[in-house]
Design a protein around this ligand. Structure first.
Ligand SMILES: [Zn+2]
Length: 414
């Protein structure tokens, strides 16, 4: 059927017939093969002088075998490209060529579009399910991703300064991987490091430096070891603290204090009124918070510190944030609860990284490492999935795919 022809639909019957004429009779999942004939170029592409002539087959007395590779997936079927490889030789410069269709990879079983198709499905569902839909074995899907998914910076893209982000992702207990992404010049995951050990991260950062990558800034969690590492390798990079982690850390402290208070008073203190954002509390939770305020003033003091800190990291003017942060530190140091002083020490040590966050926000560049869409869902899904992965590398490829925004097909190795 010509792609430009118009179809006039007269009810369901007609439509079925048209589909049948495209797909052939209803044989379930029968593959479609497109035979490709390859015409050699008129002149040799190498010397532009000689004409190309058919050049014998590598193995004598044997007919060249037809090559058949997966190209596209339509209506639940694979469309194959098939051709007979023919070798040509230039009589002028003696170069030989084996012609193959454009966008095919030598010896690969899938065209680039074919690989992209598999990646597209594997990005959105489990390997097993993708394999079922694509009529492939799961191990075939995994092998393809292993072979073609590329970690690292996009090619020829090391000139512009980048904003890096480092983040841990846990998938079982204390087993972490480290997701490295960039937020400038565009948002994308770059790699997944197999663990979060200092040596692993160091080796990766040193690799970037060696490749000539210019790092303008790095967004991280409040981890002192990471900060030291980055300062040592990229001394001029600005370090920005990730606002999500500041709140996460605040909530962890608050929750610990709540448990201690609960233990001492032998009374249940509800968790959510304290941890939820103030503006999101239900009337009932507001009331519970009011009770906490009256009954446990030192716990409420920590709550107030958490809410104040939330306001500070949302600010978009450095001078304003500087004043607020100084006031916050005084309040924390004077807090009745000892946790206030411990907390103040941490925030004081991360003062300039918090102000960097505000500084960039002031420039209209709000950086967080929450660029991974639905990260919590992803993390939970991966925990479940990971039981099905005997090979850690496969698991890491799967996380990497999961981290890629769905409109971004990761770079493919060819
Ligand atoms: Zn030639």
């Amino acid at each position: 059927m010509n792609k430009n022809s118009t179809i006039t639909l007269k009810g369901q019957e007609n439509f079925d017939k048209i589909l049948q004429s495209i797909l052939g009779e209803q044989q379930e999942r029968k593959d479609i093969v497109l035979r490709v004939t390859l015409d050699p170029p008129a002149l040799c592409p190498a010397c532009n002088k000689g004409k190309l002539h058919k050049h014998g087959i590598l193995k004598k007395n044997r007919k060249p075998r037809e090559r058949k590779i997966r190209h596209a997936f339509l209506y639940g079927r694979w469309i194959f490209l098939s051709w007979v490889p023919v070798r040509y030789k230039c009589y002028h410069c003696h170069k030989t060529y084996t012609l193959r269709p454009p966008d095919t990879i030598p010896w690969a079983r899938f065209t680039k579009l074919g690989v992209q198709t598999v990646v597209y499905y594997a990005q959105r569902m489990s390997f097993t399910y993708a394999a079922q839909i694509l009529n492939l074995t799961p191990s075939r899907v995994i092998k393809l991703l292993d072979k073609y998914i590329q970690f690292g910076l996009p090619a020829d893209d090391t000139q512009e300064p980048i904003v890096l982000t480092l983040d841990e992702l846990s998938f079982s207990g204390n087993d972490f991987v480290c997701v490295v992404g960039r937020l400038e010049p565009d948002k994308r995951p770059l790699t997944i490091l197999g663990d979060d050990r200092k040596a692993t991260i160091k080796a990766y950062l040193e690799g970037l430096k060696k490749a000539g990558v210019k790092v303008e800034a790095v967004v991280i969690d409040m981890k002192d070891s990471w900060r030291k590492l980055i300062k040592a390798i990229f001394p001029s990079a600005r370090i920005i603290v990730d606002p999500f982690h500041v709140i996460q850390d605040a909530n962890r402290r608050l929750n610990e204090a709540r448990k201690i208070e609960q233990e001492a008073s032998k009374e249940n203190i509800p968790r959510l009124p304290l941890l939820k954002a103030k503006e999101k509390l239900t009337p009932r939770q507001q009331q519970q918070l009011e009770e906490i305020k009256n009954k446990y003033p030192s716990l409420y003091e920590l709550y107030q510190l958490k809410e104040d800190l939330r306001q500070i990291i949302k600010m978009d003017r450095v001078e304003e944030a500087e004043i607020a942060l100084s006031r916050w530190l005084i309040n924390a140091e004077c807090a009745e609860n000892v946790e206030g002083r411990v907390w103040a020490r941490t925030i004081k040590s991360w003062r300039s990284e918090i102000l960097n966050l505000v500084r960039y926000t002031q420039q209209g560049r709000r950086y967080t490492n929450g660029y991974i869409e639905g990260k919590n869902t992803l993390s939970k899904m991966l925990k479940r999935l990971s039981f099905g992965f005997r090979n850690r590398n496969h698991f890491i490829k799967k996380i990497f795919l999961g981290c890629c925004p769905q409109n971004l097909i990761p770079q493919l190795l060819t």
